[in-house]
Design a protein around this ligand. Structure first.
Ligand SMILES: *Cc1c(COP(=O)(O)O)cnc(C)c1O
Length: 218
């Protein structure tokens, strides 16, 4: 996809915010998902008022390191939201403020080693094993504790809802994750994407991750 207009992104950001306001009074953070987007799109998103960018691929983080570091120096955050191999942690960690996709002990250990104190979310698999990452719901407590013991800053939970778009399935997945976050006293609940973010917010999301609806098709 080519260039994108700052005013378009500003308008879409306002529309998304307005939609969220119709279902909650809480503040909800918006992460602009910039996977497969060129450097100028990241710049445009930040110029339009986006405060957090989300990236999915380690190689892309490395390729975009210059623009990412510039944007972070101006106060915006970059979060890693994709599946992360342990051997890529070293490549990613210097360029991100948070890893939202921590889903196993080996990743906890490698992050604690390479990026002590890193802010993280524990990713929960609510898809029923579609290979999109995440730990089983019954493993959340032990991974949260493992992250804390390793010195990581565990701020909350993240999930990608079940594919297929069935509203009831999405709603119960999001309710499960926000319930877990509440039980554990965790502040951040990152859930909801372009098509399902309002359901996620209704079920307690504090952070939505929006790609297509904000920056256009990939
Ligand atoms: C791609 C992606 C998103 C954004 O998806 P859209 O449907 O384009 O909004 C959000 N979260 C994760 C983990 C993603 O991989």
């Amino acid at each position: 996809m080519g260039a994108i207009d700052r005013l378009d992104v500003e308008r879409r950001l306002r529309d998304i915010d307005a939609g969220i306001s119709t279902v909650t009074d809480r503040h909800v953070d918006i992460v602009a998902v910039t996977k497969n987007k060129r450097d100028d799109v990241l710049e445009t998103a930040v110029a339009a008022g986006v405060r957090i960018l989300g990236e999915n691929y380690a190689q892309e983080v490395r390729a975009k390191a210059d623009v990412i570091d510039r944007i972070r120096a101006r106060g915006a955050e970059v979060h890693f939201i994709g599946q992360l191999q342990t051997n890529k942690v070293r490549m990613v960690a210097p360029h991100v403020d948070m890893v939202q996709s921590v889903d196993r002990q080996s990743l906890v250990d490698e992050l604690a080693h390479r990026a002590p104190g890193m802010r993280v979310l524990i990713q929960v698999d609510t898809s029923g094993g579609q290979g999109r990452g995440g730990c089983a719901p019954e493993d959340v407590v032990s991974l949260v504790n493992a992250g804390r013991s390793a010195g990581l800053t565990v701020e909350g939970l993240m999930t990608v809802g079940p594919a297929g778009g069935d509203p009831d399935a999405l709603r119960s997945a999001f309710a499960l994750v926000s319930g877990l976050a509440n039980d554990l006293g965790l502040q951040v609940c990152s859930m909801g994407m372009s098509d399902d973010h309002l359901i996620a917010v209704e079920e307690g999301s504090t952070m939505v991750r929006i790609g297509t609806a904000l920056l256009g098709e990939r």
